[in-house]
Ligand binder design. Structure first.
Ligand code: GRF
Length: 201
């Protein structure tokens, strides 16, 4: 049975794009809905160009509205891909163990409230860490705390800037997130990915 996936976005949508490309017709998972917290998100154009239904949340804190939309599209798995708002607790409770997030660092390091976008990479560089990476994890009520399903590592290079590190991490995200979704589709539920995605670039 095809796993029906909703993707929540707030901005650029490159992870959404990677996911859509990894799920051609006939794949075990299908993106049936893209939810956005922002009407102007360029992710919405990407969804439309793949003919995926797009809905902009009028109030991202309205749990009943989320639940209605997810039920209407018979969503099995919700993926947060660059989604910057808090998912309402009632949604997390209803979709427990069925919500994934991709984070641009090796959690539990460099996660938590306020740790998003460039701030993550700036913090990694400031810490002197020798490596960073991406994490796909289950979403619970606390930012970036849920069980880790997959991680991919990249080196931090001596001349790195936040931009360069972000690009290196993003390339890993683009492999890791589709792999995690495909693993979930194969297992019928979100599962830890056995293989670790490495990048030496
Ligand atoms: C990614 O780095 C993701 O890990 C983080 O936000 C960024 C979103 O990028 N949560 P995009 O919108 O998928 O291009």
């Amino acid at each position: 049975m095809t796993m029906r996936v909703a993707v929540a976005v707030s901005g650029r949508g490159s992870n959404l794009e990677a996911l859509l490309r990894a799920l051609p017709p006939g794949a075990p998972a299908r993106v049936v809905l893209v939810l956005s917290s922002r009407a102007g998100a360029s992710a919405l154009e990407r969804a439309r160009s793949h003919a995926v239904p797009v809905e902009v949340l009028p109030d991202p804190s309205d749990a009943a509205d989320w639940l209605e939309r997810l039920a209407h599209h018979r969503v099995d798995l919700l993926v947060l891909a660059g989604y910057l708002k808090l998912v309402p607790a009632a949604v997390i409770a209803r979709y427990r163990d069925r919500i994934l997030n991709v984070h641009p660092a090796l959690l539990p390091a460099f996660g938590g409230r306020g740790m998003y976008g460039h701030r993550v990479h700036e913090a990694v560089l400031a810490s002197g860490a020798r490596e960073s990476g991406a994490t796909v994890h289950l979403v619970d009520e606390v930012y970036d705390r849920g069980a880790i399903l997959a991680q991919g590592r990249v080196p931090v290079l001596p001349d790195d800037t936040p931009d360069r590190l972000a690009a290196r991490v993003l390339a890993v995200e683009h492999r890791l997130l589709p792999a995690a979704v495909l693993a979930a589709a194969a297992a019928g539920r979100a599962v830890p990915l056995s293989e670790t995605v490495e990048s030496s670039s």
